[in-house]
Design a protein around this ligand. Structure first.
Ligand code: SAH
Length: 254
């Protein structure tokens, strides 16, 4: 597995009306440690600071009528200028949007190789299109459904990015072994006890034979991916070696 081309330090900023939500990634687990140890930096910029009135207004009614409110372009632009001052003037601007490019492993890895990113979390009906036209480099979607704000999508993206930063997962685990890193789903995992409700651990995993174990794991990954995600691989597309591996572990047929 090749080592991805990732920046040693990633500077992230997010434009968000709800900065407190981001404690979900700054305080816990793998991402919490990455921020604490300085592997990456997170700056939260609240567009509310740019509001011109004392009510902190950042949105207005849509031209042409219709439900909901729209985030105003000049307010977001002012917040972006502040975020750039922290993250870097050359930061790529990524708006979270259900209309964006679907987030996948390849997109995560390409974004992980940037030095600096500013993510834009929308709220209400979304953001004024002219802000997108003028300032946004890329729109990213977390799936074909709509959630009520860009914060959770932005956190999904940040968590996925941080896993690729060297050192974020520690030496005992590697993002390169997870699902999708090689275009395959991960193999099944087992831990103690050896028997659970009559189900035993596959004996090869107890054999101590690392070559056999690696082969079995790859065969399992191939089989799972063929069964669950025929959009990722097909039997016809497999190498001779992979087909032989499936055959060896009796996984050629579903
Ligand atoms: N009216 C918009 C949805 C607005 S939802 C539309 O139909 O396209 C409010 C905000 O939530 C969006 O601006 C976006 O930042 C975020 N959001 C909602 N669903 C999302 C998704 N699937 N992926 C990424 N961001 C999403």
């Amino acid at each position: 597995m090749s080592t991805p081309d990732v920046s040693p330090q990633l500077r992230l900023a997010v434009l968000t009306l709800f900065p407190e939500m981001f404690s979900a990634i700054t305080q816990w687990g793998v991402t919490g440690r990455a921020f604490e140890s300085g592997l990456c930096q997170l700056h939260l910029q609240d567009p509310r600071e740019e509001a011109a009135d004392r009510h902190g207004t950042v949105d207005d009614r849509p031209y042409g009528g219709g439900p909901g409110m729209v985030m105003q372009a000049p307010i977001l632009a002012a917040a972006l200028a502040k975020a750039r001052a922290v993250a870097g003037e050359n930061a790529k601007v990524v708006a979270m949007s259900p209309q964006g490019t679907p987030l996948d492993a390849a997109l995560v890895r390409s974004l992980a190789s940037e030095d600096a990113l500013v993510l834009v979390a929308g709220r209400y009906e979304g953001i004024d299109e002219r802000f997108v036209t003028r300032h946004v480099d890329l729109e990213v979607s977390v799936g074909d459904y709509v959630v009520s704000g860009g914060e959770l999508p932005a956190m999904m993206l940040i968590d996925a990015l941080v896993r690729w930063l060297p050192g974020a997962l520690g030496h005992e685990a590697s993002a390169a072994e997870d699902s999708f890193s090689e275009g395959l789903l991960d193999c099944p995992h087992y831990t103690r006890p050896e028997t659970y409700e009559g189900l035993t651990v596959p004996s090869v995993l107890l054999s101590g034979h690392h070559g056999e174990i690696a082969g079995w794991r790859r065969a399992q990954s191939l089989r799972r991916t063929l069964d669950r995600r025929p959009d990722l691989i097909t039997m016809e597309g497999l190498s001779e070696a992979d087909r032989a591996l499936l055959d060896k572990w009796d996984l050629l047929q579903k």
